[in-house]
Design a protein around this ligand. Structure first.
Ligand SMILES: [Zn+2]
Length: 452
């Protein structure tokens, strides 16, 4: 609670201080095939151990488990080894949303903490269709969200929360909320769990399709979660878990095709996996001590389909907190996530340089002694630069004389905003800066205590 209060104070102080509008200059150096919008598709409880060709799932007692037959869920760039440090639904979703390895549901509520804050700052709308993995701080960062209030396939309670939804989207969500009984009536067992998943996918597909049709120039981030792979793993056996994954593989094809046909980046991942004590165990788990360190619980899939990303298997070891900066990088948005400690995975076909600056500085980009671009703004994004090339970045004005050679093995980020503003601070400004420092130091101490 203390941190929340401190952050509100901090945020209000920042608001009172900032009297210049935030403006972004995007400078595209070469023709790039950047995605228009994006879908973050989280499959609750889908362990990559169960379907990646590299892995063979085992139970706690060492016995081999069966794998589903899959056709669709292996497109684009596939990150072979990526794990969650906390195989717990709320925490893992918070890590995906913030890029922070110690995130929880409270962190998601902080200003500037999430991918939703960055997308909003850059003119996107945030839409969501969530069966599980949503919580109040997450819902409050959406322009509109269709969500299940409970986690029950037998008695699902569906709600809509709208802030400032694009025209027509509330109606689509309401229509899909009302369609749920037609999916679930007279179903039971694996078929019912799969039908609920299919309803979630079809609803999200309808929302994205409506955006493309009615608001073609409006960029969006659609976050979706389907919950029944996880529920099936918990409530039924490993054999039923695998059957639900197989049904999901078939049912997700339409949204994959919609993304492919409409220049939408599709990111598919999971919050955590699932473990079983034995073959034919009637119950699985992932977060209790018994299961939480098993590879089957911590290994998650991560697939990226986007016109500006590479195709094929990406080697190396990655963590769940790398997903948020990777997603922002693919959208050519700067990874300015307030608490993130994850790093973008190199999947893009080109590099971008993100510069935070004071508009009074002149920022320029040079190649072989020639100036190739320049500008002055709160934020400059130089995108479409060839990978493994070298540029010199300069920033000059008001006593600043910065120059650095940049080797572009990946996206790069620079910040030319000084922590103290030397010109013309009034007494109010000075007091605010001192207060911000005090609040930040107090916040850090409290955060450290909580971590300890
Ligand atoms: Zn979960």
């Amino acid at each position: 609670m203390k941190i929340t209060h401190l952050n509100i104070v901090f945020f209000l102080l920042l608001l009172s201080l900032s009297n210049t509008a935030f403006a972004v200059s995007e400078i595209t150096m070469n023709k790039v095939e950047r995605p228009q919008s994006s879908i973050l598709f989280i499959i609750d409880g889908l362990g990559s151990s169960y379907y990646y060709p590299e892995f063979s799932p085992t139970a706690l007692d060492g016995s081999s488990l069966i794998k589903p037959r899959m056709q669709n869920l292996s497109f684009g760039a596939r990150i072979a080894d990526i794990r969650t440090g906390h195989p717990v639904t709320g925490i893992a979703h918070s890590m995906i949303m913030t890029g922070f390895s110690d995130a929880n549901e409270e962190t998601v509520g902080y200003p500037g903490a999430t991918i939703f804050d960055i997308t909003r700052e850059h003119g996107f709308v945030n839409l969501a269709v969530m069966q599980t993995g949503d919580f109040i701080n997450m819902r409050n960062k959406q322009d509109i969200i269709l969500f299940a209030q409970n986690n029950s396939v037998d008695n699902p309670l569906i709600s809509i929360q709208a802030e400032k939804a694009p025209a027509g989207i509330y109606d689509v969500m309401y229509e899909w909320k009302m369609k749920l009984p037609t999916y679930l009536d007279n179903m039971k067992g694996v078929k019912k769990y799969s039908a609920f998943n299919k309803w979630g996918i079809d609803s999200a597909n309808a929302v994205a399709s409506e955006m493309i049709k009615k608001h073609p120039s409006q960029r969006f981030l659609l976050t979706m979660n389907i919950g029944e792979v996880d529920s099936g793993g918990h409530n039924m056996g490993d054999d039923d878990y695998v059957k639900i994954i197989e049904a999901l593989d078939a049912d997700l094809y339409p949204i994959y095709k919609m993304a492919l046909d409409n220049n939408i980046a599709l990111f598919v991942t999971a919050d955590h996996g699932m473990s079983f004590a034995t073959l034919n165990a009637r119950r699985g788990g992932h977060s209790s001590d018994k299961y939480s360190t098993k590879l089957e619980s911590v290994r998650i899939p991560f697939l990226i389909l986007s016109p500006n990303t590479v195709t094929g298997v990406i080697g190396g070891e990655y963590q769940q907190e790398d997903i948020a900066p990777t997603l922002l990088g693919v959208l050519d948005l700067p990874p300015n996530l307030q608490y993130a400690d994850g790093n973008a995975i190199n999947v893009k076909k080109y590099a971008s340089i993100f510069v935070r600056s004071d508009p009074k500085y002149q920022v320029s980009l040079w190649n072989n002694g020639q100036k190739v671009s320049d500008g002055s703004d709160s934020e400059l994004i130089f995108s479409g630069l060839p990978l493994n090339s070298s540029y010199t970045l300069k920033a000059t004005g008001d006593g600043l004389n910065f120059e650095e050679k940049v080797s572009l093995d990946s996206d790069k980020q620079f910040n030319f905003i000084k922590s103290e503003n030397r010109s013309g601070i009034g007494n109010r400004g000075l007091i605010a800066i001192i207060l911000i420092l005090i609040v930040n130091i107090a916040g850090l101490i409290i955060i450290r205590r909580i971590k300890d």
